[in-house]
Ligand binder design. Structure first.
Ligand code: HEC
Length: 161
């Protein structure tokens, strides 16, 4: 094989490898984010210094989104306080997760997708000293909708990450 063709082949193989690694690390695809004010804010306030896929690569708790967003905005992007709050909420809703062992009852429902009965059961178990380490551990709780748990698992974690 001539050397120049070999180079092209090698470059293609390398590029494909990098692309597939990048997509496997991407927890949320920006194209999957719902259209509307929140997404518009994300693109307006957060795409000036880096790409949006990088911004939404990793799910974060609402507390982590708050710290990150305040840090990023402080770097000089002008924004109203209400816009910052709306952006934090949008990111926590669509690029978020909850730590089942730490999140408040309200956050379990809002950002974790738990029903009111499930959130109450989790809080009661925690108050009794229980720590969860897996979806299976959650399944033992009264009132847990076991059928839909796997489909919701992207938003559920057992420690901060
Ligand atoms: C003024 C430039 C600037 C703007 C605007 C900006 N960022 Fe950043 N961002 C940076 C820089 C520089 C880094 C990398 C260095 C660092 O982490 O300190 C970064 C890194 C990040 C990271 C990766 C951090 C990590 O530890 O994984 C995320 C996520 C992020 N920004 C989110 C946002 C969000 C959300 C917004 C909009 C609210 C935003 N950025 C707006 C400059 C900016």
């Amino acid at each position: 094989m001539p050397v120049n063709i070999l180079c092209v082949v090698l470059a293609l193989v390398t590029a494909t490898g990098v692309a597939s690694r990048a997509s496997s690390q991407q927890e949320v695809d920006p194209a999957a984010l719902p259209e509307g004010d929140g997404k518009a804010l994300l693109y307006r306030l957060c795409s000036g210094c880096h790409d949006i896929p990088q911004v939404v690569a990793k799910r974060r708790t609402v507390k982590q989104w708050r710290e990150l967003t305040i840090d990023m905005i402080a770097r000089g992007e002008p924004a109203e306080e209400a816009e910052v709050e709306a952006l934090i909420d949008f990111c926590a809703l669509h690029v978020g997760y909850v730590n089942v062992n730490k999140a408040s009852e309200a956050d379990l429902k809002k950002y974790g997708g738990f029903t009111a009965a499930e959130a109450t059961a989790i809080l009661a178990a925690r108050a009794a000293g229980k720590t969860f380490d897996s979806l299976d551990a959650l399944k033992t709780l009264p009132g847990i909708d076991v059928k839909t748990l796997a489909a919701r698992s992207a938003k559920i974690a057992f420690k901060d990450r």
